[in-house]
Design a protein around this ligand. Structure first.
Ligand code: IPE
Ligand code: IPE
Ligand code: MG
Ligand code: MG
Length: 363
């Protein structure tokens, strides 16, 4: 099995362990709420479905492996604490789908669209179903955020460690918010430089997807500030590569695997690295074609195929693959220094597999 395939089994094994805990957690939450509060139950059910319908569990897996890397005690509630990271991710995804006006996530209807449809059947013409859907989506995302802290607080780590982890989560979500703001501002601005885009990727994705999970795991196992810095040297480039791959999959992936429709970034008018590079490299006519496609909600399959071919032809796709690979090489270089520490060799190998998976993945 090659390195990336090994990573897939590593993540699948972790998912098998964690998903029953996730379901158990939701059952516990529902049990605490009186049955008379039927919409609270409905929201928890919607959230549970959103969490369990798919997802790679990369972030909580990194919490777990960050913990094991530094030799954390297996008898502690690390799996439970790691799930907090997945619920933070869920919150960010639900809100992201509102901001990006996305209809599909993990192969099914996005949270705000589920509620929009409900509004249309239940309340019929009594109001604006878009607003209803987005309102409920915001609330479901907020609920997920709150439940993340519930999971962390109910774990058996010391109050000091839990406070440290909460501080890390606060800082990380704050940066993610600033990253999401810039992402949408670039979209509205209609143009951007590759360097700006990469700094948005660091803020909106790399920190919460890679750095924060590994830090939290390592902190719970007693990491020092110096240890965390060593981990960041791996995590930040790894996380940037993750987002570049996300953009490539968004334009060239298979909906069956990604659960997201191809070309939605271009229809939304997103400034991705792929688009910025294509605009830089294209001739006048192709540049015009890209600009006309950006933000065109009516763009059909044929129109998307034309943009795909421009992105290939200009070499923008190959260049983005190179930039992603460069970041992964940098991450792996930093990872090779982990062996100077007295850290778990088997986990270092697993992180190396995960790094390869990031740029080769189809999901
Ligand atoms: C999607 O993340 C959002 C990004 C930060 C790019 P994932 O690709 O990890 O989503 P799931 O959890 O596997 O669905
Ligand atoms: C997701 O970014 C970042 C966060 C959820 C914070 P994208 O908008 O690029 O991710 P997808 O493609 O919708 O998953
Ligand atoms: Mg987005
Ligand atoms: Mg999005």
């Amino acid at each position: 099995m090659n390195s990336s395939a090994l990573a897939k089994t590593i993540l699948a094994d972790y998912k098998k362990q964690i998903d029953p805990l996730l379901v158990e957690f939701f059952q516990g939450q529902k049990a605490q709420i009186p049955t008379s509060l039927k919409y609270a139950h409905q929201m928890l059910n919607n959230l549970e479905d959103f969490c369990t319908r798919g997802g790679k569990r990369l972030r909580p897996a990194l919490v777990y492996y960050g913990y094991k890397l530094l030799g954390g005690d297996e008898s502690k509630d690390i799996l439970k604490a790691s799930l907090a990271m997945e619920l933070i991710h869920t919150f960010l995804l639900i809100h992201d789908d509102i901001m990006d006006e996305s209809d599909f996530r993990r192969g099914k209807t996005t949270m705000h669209k589920i509620y929009k449809a409900e509004c249309e059947t239940v309340y019929r013409a009594n109001g604006n179903s878009q607003r209803f859907g987005e309102t409920m989506g915001i609330l479901a995302g907020d609920l997920s955020f709150c439940l993340a802290f519930e999971l962390l607080l109910s774990s058996d780590f010391s109050p000091e460690l839990k406070t440290q982890v909460m501080q890390k989560l606060q800082d990380t979500v704050t940066n993610t918010i600033f990253g999401q703001e810039l992402d949408v501002r670039l979209e509205f601005n209609g143009s951007s430089k590759p360097s700006e885009i990469l700094s948005v990727y660091k803020l909106k994705t790399a920190q919460y997807t890679f750095e924060c999970p590994l830090h939290i795991g390592a902190m719970l196992a007693g990491a020092t500030q110096k240890d965390l810095e060593t981990i960041s040297n791996f995590a930040i480039p790894g996380g940037i590569a993750f987002q570049i791959r996300d953009d490539i999959l968004g334009m060239f992936g298979d909906k069956k695997h990604t659960g997201k429709p191809v070309g939605s970034d271009i229809k939304q008018g997103k400034q991705t690295l792929l688009i910025a590079k294509a605009l830089q490299k294209a001739g006048k006519i192709d540049r015009k074609r890209i600009k006309a496609a950006l933000g065109n909600k009516e763009l059909d399959e044929n129109g998307i195929r034309k943009i795909q071919s421009i992105i290939r032809k200009t070499g923008a796709l190959a260049e983005c693959e190179r930039v992603a690979k460069k970041h992964i090489d940098q991450a792996k270089q930093a990872l090779s220094k982990f062996s100077k520490h007295n850290w778990d060799k088997d986990i270092i190998k697993k992180l190396d597999n995960i790094a390869d998976f990031i740029v080769e993945r189809k999901v």
